[in-house]
Design a protein. Structure first.
Length: 289
């Protein structure tokens, strides 16, 4: 087995949605860019750059519901997959204009959850918009209902269409987030720097809900995945002791210590002119690439 390879984790919601989507396909899906050939079913990377051995596990009280555009689960660079890696209660549904999965409607009606549609408030009636998730003095565990963040996992034009044409979301509050940092996502690029990838948005939402450690782990997991993905794309070896892996290990062990580590590391990386700087943030963002 190649160095760094590990046993893939059990299939999660996004991997199951990908399998269902492939089963309906009449021709193979060919992703743009990156190396061709076999990919690990657990992390979607070529075997030589597999990161399954690093797969993190951390508890989170909040849940994430991904409404995914048709081919989004098939893309090797999709970061909704990373959300499902980290957040145990991640649900994934394919979006269609003319039909809605009954399981999605049942999830939205489940009394244990308080759903929030994560979307820019400028496109929504003001009375629907909220900017924070209430966290009582007792912390996230004291919330009467668990936050469920509904993320439209798609390109920005697709996400706007999905939001307009999903009437079952119309009665739900809209969590509008105010970005205060530039996106660090480097696998697919939007023309606008205030457009965030799905994993970044999910990490910010988790922090708003009081799941700080899960938020830190997800951010670090995105960094590690990005490094492995780009190294594989350029046929370069993985740095097994890189900043991302150190941050991931720190996040899994102690989220509080990680925040201090990230701040110190961000300062050093900015002074060195490094890309992908991670700063301590307000955990607020809203737009998807």
């Amino acid at each position: 087995m190649p160095e760094g390879a590990g046993v893939p984790a059990p299939p999660h919601a996004v991997s199951k949605l990908k399998a269902a989507r492939l089963a309906r396909s009449t021709k193979p899906f060919l992703a743009r860019g990156g190396p061709k050939g076999d990919r690990c079913p657990g992390c979607r990377l070529v075997p030589s750059h597999c990161l399954c051995a690093l797969h993190p596990q951390t508890p989170a009280r909040a849940g994430v519901c991904l409404l995914m555009a048709d081919i989004e689960p098939l893309k090797p660079s999709n970061t909704g997959w990373l959300v499902a890696d980290v957040v145990a209660d991640t649900f994934a549904f394919g979006w269609a204009r003319t039909a809605v999965d009954p399981a999605l409607l049942a999830l939205l009606a489940d009394p244990q959850w308080q759903p929030f549609v994560v979307f820019p408030g400028e496109f929504v009636a003001p009375e629907r918009v909220v900017h924070a998730v209430e966290v009582p003095a007792g912390g996230a565990k004291a919330l009467p209902r668990r936050p469920l963040f509904i993320l439209l996992d798609a390109t920005w034009p697709e996400a706007r269409k999905m939001f307009r044409k999903s009437p079952y979301l119309d009665a739900l509050p809209v969590l509008s987030l105010q970005p205060e940092q530039l996106s660090r996502y480097r696998l697919r690029r939007s023309a606008r720097t205030d457009h965030f990838c799905t994993a970044e948005v999910a990490a910010l939402c988790l922090a708003l809900a009081g799941d700080d450690q899960a938020s830190a782990v997800l951010e670090a997991w995105l960094d590690v995945f990005t490094h492995h993905y780009l190294q594989a794309k350029h046929q370069l070896p993985v740095d097994g002791h890189g900043w991302g892996q150190l941050a991931l290990a720190g996040a899994v062990q102690d989220g509080a210590e990680l925040i201090q580590f990230l701040n110190q590391s961000s300062t050093r990386r900015r002074s060195a002119g490094s890309t992908g700087v991670l700063t301590k943030r307000s955990r607020q963002s809203n737009r998807l690439i």
